[in-house]
Design a binder for this molecule. Sequence first.
Ligand SMILES: C[S@@+](CC[C@H](N)C(=O)[O-])C[C@H]1O[C@@H](n2cnc3c(N)ncnc32)[C@H](O)[C@@H]1O
Length: 254
Amino acid sequence: MSGPDPNRPGSFDLETGISSAVESAASAGMVLDVVDGVLELRAPEDRAGTGVRGEIESALRRRLETGHPLRRIVHGLGETPGPIVDLTGGLGTDTAIAAASAASRRVLACERHPVVAALLEDGRRRAVAAGLEPATRIEMHHGDAVDWLRREGEPPALILIDPMFPPRRKSSALPPKAMQRLRSLLHDADETPIDVDDELRTMLGAAERADAGRIVLKRPPEAIVPDTSLGPPTFEISTKLLRWSVWERRSRAE
Ligand SMILES: C[S@@+](CC[C@H](N)C(=O)[O-])C[C@H]1O[C@@H](n2cnc3c(N)ncnc32)[C@H](O)[C@@H]1O
């Protein structure tokens, strides 16, 4: 499998996308700016340097446990051809883990929110500048993943879907600050609450039509897996906080 040109940037152009991202953050009452060469999102009361940042560089610097569920799921692809596509890129932690777990595969991250897309791309660029090889195989697309998938030709080896930061629960401790900031950016400001199950069905349907070898859904253990024509998952890996549901669609032998 040949990798892309290591110097090739992701399809999101940070230089042109940054002003609309800054405006979008400001309209949510937040600040998006660069501190010591790193793009970050903050609430006005947060100290500079403590904001939410793209995670690709930091995730690639962390030692990845061999038993990490995503790592096991990516290894299970064997020689199945095609890229890995993360439909819900977010800050890029899962994208980075997928890239680090696949020796030479192209990994594509889609992100529709302009602020999150800017953070994700900034993290990718920092990782490339730091010489972290998996980052050179990551590309990003700013826009709706389902639209992108419809236009894309090559069936992905794996499609990953991680749709929502888990809802706040009264009984649980407050989520970490990064999660609070992201939640207020993505969900709390939304006047029309997003129907997650509906979105999930759309994404799972798009993944099925794209003929992905494996479809992976990451959700909290108590969340239901919506009924779709995919039927029940082929297998699941559960941890205390997460459940990874996997639909095996094409085997490595095909
Ligand atoms: C829970 S976060 C993903 C976190 C990510 N797995 C990580 O490791 O950082 C979900 C992200 O998916 C994005 N998203 C949701 N639906 C999308 C869609 N249809 N197309 C592109 N991005 C989408 C949201 O904007 C949000 O940033």
